[in-house]
Design a protein around this ligand. Structure first.
Ligand code: ADP
Length: 485
């Protein structure tokens, strides 16, 4: 049953063996974060269904990998399907995730970009012969598909996170089992409806969701699954890594972050403020590259906060589908409560509310609308500095001098994204080199792009997505020395 009426959701359920399976039994409910109303009731699949999906993928694997030209054609077809259905896919993303429609449209285009970019890396997987002939042999190097790949995605970019993984898996020739987040499975279901029309060999693409730990266990323990690609919390990433350890699986994990945004006194403050606001409120602050700690050189802190506050006060909070909305609701009540906790904690430790603040809203029936908030005077000990808030909170603290700026920015166990603003290019280079983050924006707060490898250092994970490196996560390199007669 799908009260969210969409031609792309005519068929739902699980997908394996090249068709949708409408299942009876236990269900999950998908809710519109703007109203908490139920928009879909779907089967709650478990170990049994995951096993069927893996078995279908194993059969596809046994049929041999598609040749490179077929992979390129499939990637282009998937990208085209995104483009041709952009508005409807965006409507579904907004309905289940809550983000403003314009952002959802941006997400569909961004997702399509991963499939298009992956096309460029397919030819690089052709077997090659080494020029050298060591050990009296001719050496061939083959990029074999690593095996069945399990793709586990979070709620914040229901299509784009899938695109990062699926584009690379298709390029490498791996059949996949996709497990979207239970809060936002509809975008993936809609995409599978479109993929179904491509008539790829049955078992190439499979979809399950429901009881995440039960499904996760099958994916980690089934010997044919050779790659686990996961984006989500560090806690679940650690669980997956531990579950995979006895089976020596390839892991690609993009986990939590705690992104610093460092503003030196010589920076263009208007530009930095604009970049911060654009970065911070995407998906209501619920992205892994959203700034979490703003660190401003003390001498310009007041001037910078004033610039930020002016922009944040002008943002419109509302339902993602409503015209004029800049910031949508949070995904659920738990997310709302976490932001409230971070604001209250920072204020108790002496921070000042400049814009927004804790609100009584967010209860059942009204959606989790947390107002865009700016706090100044946030200390390093505050929860908002220690943990990822994952909400629309700009928490500003101060530092003095380059060494302290670097030390404060790098003082976290995480290492996904960081941003640094300064007029001194040599300083930007120095700071980037000193920071342990996979993505360091210099005078920009842009997030990742399909063309470049993206991923975390330290507790933010292992592996990269995007670019050639993203495709190689799904490749096993095999060498075949051939004895010369
Ligand atoms: P988030 O905070 O973004 O919800 P989670 O790490 O909880 O992050 O969820 C990200 C994805 O991981 C979702 O698809 C979720 O269903 C899935 N997930 C959660 N627990 C497990 C598990 N034990 N095994 C496999 N997948 C899991």
């Amino acid at each position: 049953m799908t009260p969210l009426d969409s031609p792309l959701l005519a068929l739902t359920g699980g997908y394996w063996d090249g068709k949708f399976h409408a299942l009876t039994g236990a269900t999950i409910t998908v809710r519109d974060p703007a109203s908490y109303e139920a928009i879909a009731t779907l089967p709650r699949m478990g170990a049994e269904h995951a096993t069927l999906a893996v078995a279908a993928a194993v059969r596809a694997l046994a049929a041999g990998p598609p040749d490179l030209e077929r992979r390129k054609r499939a990637l282009i077809a998937v990208a085209d399907a995104h483009d041709a259905n952009c508005d409807e896919l965006a409507r579904i993303i907004t309905a289940e995730n809550g983000k403003p429609l314009a952002e959802a449209i941006g997400e569909v285009r961004y997702a399509a970009g991963f499939y298009r970019d992956a096309v460029r890396h397919v030819d690089g997987l052709a077997p090659r012969t080494l020029a050298e002939e060591p050990r009296g042999c001719t050496w061939r190097v083959h990029a074999r598909p690593a095996g069945v790949a399990a793709l586990i995605t979070p709620f914040n970019f229901p299509l784009a996170m899938l695109a990062k993984k699926l584009s690379a898996a298709i390029a490498a020739g791996c059949p996949v089992v996709v497990k979207p987040a239970e809060k936002t499975p509809l975008s993936a279901i809609a995409l599978f409806g479109l993929l179904h029309r491509l008539e790829l060999p049955p078992g190439t693409l499979n979809l399950v969701y429901g009881d995440a730990p039960a499904i996760g266990r099958v994916l980690c323990e089934h010997p044919a699954v050779r790659v686990i690609s996961f984006t989500g919390s560090t806690a679940v990433g650690q669980w997956l890594a531990a579950a995979c350890a006895p089976h020596m699986k390839r892991l690609s994990l993009e986990l939590g972050g705690n992104a610093p945004f460092v503003v030196f006194a010589d920076a263009d403050l208007d530009h930095a403020a604009e970049q911060l606001v654009a970065n911070k409120f995407r998906c209501s602050g619920q992205t892994c590259v959203c700034t979490n700690r703003v660190l401003v050189e003390a001498s310009v802190a007041e001037a910078f906060v004033a610039r930020v506050a002016k922009r944040v006060a002008a943002l419109t909070l509302g339902a993602g589908a409503a015209v004029g909305t800049d910031v949508g609701p949070l995904i659920d009540r738990a997310a709302f409560d976490k932001v409230s906790r971070h604001v209250s904690d920072a204020v108790e430790r002496g921070a000042r509310v400049v814009v927004g603040g804790v609100t009584a809203s967010g209860g059942d029936g009204v959606g989790a609308f947390f107002p865009p908030t700016v706090l100044s005077g946030v200390t390093a000990e505050a929860l908002a500095s220690q943990e990822e808030t994952f909400g629309p909170l700009i928490a500003v603290g101060t530092f003095s001098g380059e060494a302290e700026g670097i030390a404060r920015a790098d003082d976290t166990a995480y290492g996904l994204a960081a941003y640094v603003f300064s007029a001194d290019l040599a300083r930007l280079e120095r700071v980037a080199q000193a920071l342990h983050f996979g993505h360091v924006g210099l005078n920009t707060a842009t997030g990742p792009t399909p063309e470049a490898p993206f991923g975390g250092m330290r507790m933010s994970g292992v592996g990269r997505e995007g670019g050639e490196q993203g495709v190689h996560e799904y490749v096993e390199w095999q060498t075949t020395p051939i004895g010369l007669p």
